[in-house]
Design a protein around this ligand. Structure first.
Ligand code: CAP
Ligand code: MG
Length: 436
């Protein structure tokens, strides 16, 4: 139907060639799509390739000859899946926003597709090398924190909003004294009348110094600098002035360009980035439409966050085990594996590794589940799951550390709990409860 009516007006078929062999330096994107009612899959695939590269809805009376060499080509289709090859010269080196404007832009709104999901994109090394990646690897973070092989641990004071700056810091002190490495701001905590950024930083620094002096351990915080870029730079400077080694950003909300800007600023200060992914589920959770979490994580490692939330599979927020594993592979591997229909595989060249962050509805009883998915190379955030402990925050953090020890010793939580009172009390309250 469309071909009869539309022939001679549109040229989408020029963006489909199932005999095409991509060039080794092409960007290859994998999409899942549902064509509009009455539209052939190939016609929809042509629209995806055209609108994300050089095309428009109609044939043109004239165009520059070079355009033909820049056209994307849908070259592989299987059911609702399509792979599109994009010549490298379509993409500005070092500009992740422009890549997204192409392969994650207008195409989601085309009438030619009922649903469209960007699953992954394999980026050629010539493109990857134009990005800085994380300013230190997972090994570098471990050296900085003097944590050799267990998961790094942290917690958010809960309730997520409501503490004064001093109250927040006091909860942080209890968290640190319970054995945790980090105290994290919640994603929606910035600078509020009862808890200003400046006062929180100064009180946290005081409590951190006291906890370090009393434990002999390195303690730090993921203080949320999310704001307009100029303000984020000022807040990063204040964190640095107060001896903090990290800054936290809500990276989806501030945007990729802001993350690139702050990555440079924080690297000049020798600081790491904790990336909270709040808002991601607006486009990652619908399996039929949007952008996958593994691809979002890929863009963030590329532009240089040191760690990003990656899910728990067993906690309160969405993210199946297969997706959690895929995100972990994207962040931690030098060569991320290909997974049929999910990941295209990625050679990261010299881009440093980044930590997955598992958080959301966790408590000591779920720590073995999470570590069975991730192993030890992760940042483990247990927030409600320590503050809800019957004996309070410090006991909750201690119980979580005891659960990590149990996993690393190869014993069950129940066996460990015989000689670990805080873990016993946590299991009494939550057992292996999986929150929803
Ligand atoms: C977890 C959390 C984190 C979520 C984010 C929250 O608190 O602080 O923001 O983990 O989700 O506000 O829910 P709890 P994700 O430990 O008390 O649940 O990690 O999936 O991005
Ligand atoms: Mg939170």
């Amino acid at each position: 139907m469309f071909t009869d009516i539309m022939s001679g007006i549109d040229w989408y078929d020029e963006f489909v060639d199932l005999e095409h062999t991509p060039d080794k330096d092409d960007v290859i994107a994998l999409f899942h799509f549902e064509p509009a009612d009455g539209m052939e899959p190939k016609e929809a695939a042509g629209r995806i390739a055209s609108e994300s590269s050089t095309g428009t809805w109609t044939t043109l009376s004239e165009y520059p000859a070079r355009m033909d060499s820049l056209k994307a080509k849908a070259f592989w289709m299987d059911g609702g899946l399509v792979k599109v090859a994009y010549p490298l010269d379509l993409w500005e080196r070092g500009n992740i926003s422009q890549l997204l404007s192409g392969i994650a832009g207008n195409i989601f709104g085309m009438k030619g597709v009922k649903k469209l999901r960007l699953i992954d994109a394999r980026l050629p090394l010539k493109y990857v090398r134009s990005f800085p990646g994380p300013n230190m690897s997972m090994k570098g973070i471990r050296r900085m924190m003097r944590v050799r092989d267990r998961p790094l641990t942290g917690a958010v004071p809960k309730p997520k909003i409501g503490f004064s700056a001093l109250e927040h810091a006091r909860v942080g002190y209890e968290t640190w004294m319970g054995g945790f490495d980090f105290v994290k701001d919640d994603e929606n905590l910035s600078s509020l009348p009862f808890n200003s950024f400046g006062r929180r930083v100064r009180y946290l620094a005081r409590m951190r110094d006291r906890a370090e002096a009393r434990t002999g351990e390195i303690k730090d915080a993921y203080v949320n600098i999310t704001a307009k870029v100029s303000e984020m730079k000022k807040r990063a400077d204040l964190l640095h002035k107060n001896g903090f080694r990290y800054a936290m950003m809500d990276v989806v909300i501030v945007g990729h360009a802001a993350v690139q800007e702050l990555r440079d600023h924080l690297t000049d200060l020798g600081m790491a980035i904790h990336a909270h992914r709040a808002m991601h589920a607006a486009f990652t959770r619908d399996a039929t439409h949007g952008i996958s979490m593994p691809f979002l994580a890929k863009t963030m490692r590329l532009i240089g966050v040191n760690q990003i939330h990656s899910g728990t599979a067993v906690g309160k927020l969405v993210g199946e085990k297969s997706e959690v594993k895929a995100v972990a592979d994207i962040l931690r591997e030098r060569i991320s594996p290909e997974v049929e229909g999910t990941l295209l595989g990625q050679d990261w060249g010299t881009i440093k590794t980044a930590f997955p962050v598992s958080s959301g509805g966790l408590h000591p009883g779920l720590i073995p589940d999470v570590m069975s998915i991730y192993g030890n190379e992760l940042v483990l955030l247990v927030s409600g799951g320590i503050h809800g402990h019957p004996k309070g925050t410090r006991a909750g953090a201690t119980a979580s550390m005891q659960a990590i020890e149990a996993v690393m010793e190869g014993v069950t939580l129940e066996e460990k709990a015989h000689h670990a009172r805080e873990l016993h009390e946590a299991l009494e309250k939550w057992g292996a409860y999986k929150p929803v």
